[in-house]
Design a protein around this ligand. Structure first.
Ligand SMILES: NC(=O)c1ccc[n+]([C@@H]2O[C@H](COP(=O)([O-])OP(=O)(O)OC[C@H]3O[C@@H](n4cnc5c(N)ncnc54)[C@H](O)[C@@H]3O)[C@@H](O)[C@H]2O)c1
Ligand SMILES: O=C(O)C1=N[C@H](C(=O)O)CCC1
Length: 266
């Protein structure tokens, strides 16, 4: 059985990943938190609510990576890049669910993953990854006659905007339509901003309460509209997806993979 370590172990996702790993019969070899976090030293299973595991939450990145086969990391891009570097040095696999990467940070992640197998995916749910595939087909079929707008809703503690999933949805649609996402994504409309251009992909963000995560892509034509929506009811399919990715990535050739690879959707 693979040995899994979890980075961000006391966070919303980290706790659910520990529970999912235990439910899947995996061994939790380590749990990592930021130095100074109040739960460093406490039992990772007790913090996650799945009973004592005998694994104390640590702030020692090197020691935790040393003891695992694969590190699952749901934190922030900067921490994930550091984790990739350390996993690279110790030749360990890594699964990264953090979102909010800039294009430069993504390029750096691809560079750092040249020597180790790594999964980097903004959304680990099966449903969202099937939506990515549907969006590609739909955009290709509808072509340029439909305006594309994306709306995402998340809880009030989310730090990045737009969500990594919304960005990926925009990228998938832009690529299918032969457009450069970075040129056509429109995150701001304010004042007399002019008519909508044909090419732009509008992106709207809602934040509030405890919304786990909702995404809708609108294809809006003259006299008709298609909406592709995904609503997450809990974080558990993200955490189960990360365990599936962890089991899949160990032993793969070095390189940067995504959830489409894990699920065989490419
Ligand atoms: N890919 C997916 O399927 C998916 C699903 C949900 C959330 N996310 C992303 O995962 C990330 C985390 O989300 P969350 O809701 O769990 O956030 P969170 O703030 O609840 O958890 C992040 C945890 O990381 C810890 N942390 C910070 N610095 C650290 C360090 N140096 N070393 C170790 N731990 C450190 C924090 O203390 C915190 O406990 C976000 O980027 C979010 O967008 C991705
Ligand atoms: O809660 C979050 O934060 C989420 N982040 C991911 C994103 O940015 O797409 C996935 C959904 C939940």
């Amino acid at each position: 059985m693979i040995k899994i370590a979890v980075c961000g172990a006391a966070g919303r996702m980290g706790q659910r990943i520990i529970v999912a790993a235990v439910e899947a019969g995996c061994t939790i070899s380590g749990a990592l938190e930021r130095p100074g976090h109040p739960q460093v030293g406490q039992d990772a299973g007790l913090i996650a609510g799945c009973g004592q595991l005998g694994v104390a939450i640590s702030d020692d990145l090197n020691a935790v990576v040393e003891g695992c086969d694969v590190l699952i990391d749901f934190t922030t891009p900067k921490i994930s890049l550091k984790n990739l570097e350390v996993c690279g040095l110790k030749k360990k696999s890594i699964v990264i669910g953090s979102t909010g990467f800039t294009p430069e940070e993504r390029a750096l992640a691809a560079e750092l993953a040249k020597d180790i197998p790594a999964v980097l995916a903004p959304n680990m749910s099966v449903g969202v990854n099937v939506c990515f595939k549907m969006l590609k087909d739909l955009a290709k079929t509808l072509g340029d006659d439909f305006d594309v707008e994306i709306v995402e809703l998340h809880h009030n503690k989310k730090k990045d905007s737009p969500s990594g999933t919304a960005v990926r949805m925009g990228e998938v649609v832009a690529e299918a339509l032969g457009r450069d996402y970075n040129q056509v994504a429109n995150y701001h409309r304010e004042g007399i901003c002019g008519e909508r251009t044909k090419e732009e992909i509008g992106m709207q963000t809602v934040r509030g309460g405890d919304i786990v995560g909702e995404h809708t892509v609108y294809f809006i034509g003259m006299g008709e509209r298609i909406e592709i929506s995904h609503r997450a009811m809990s974080r558990d399919m993200f955490s189960r997806g990360s365990i599936r990715a962890a089991k899949w990535i160990v032993g793969k050739q070095p390189g940067l993979y995504d959830m489409q690879d894990v699920l065989g959707l490419k």
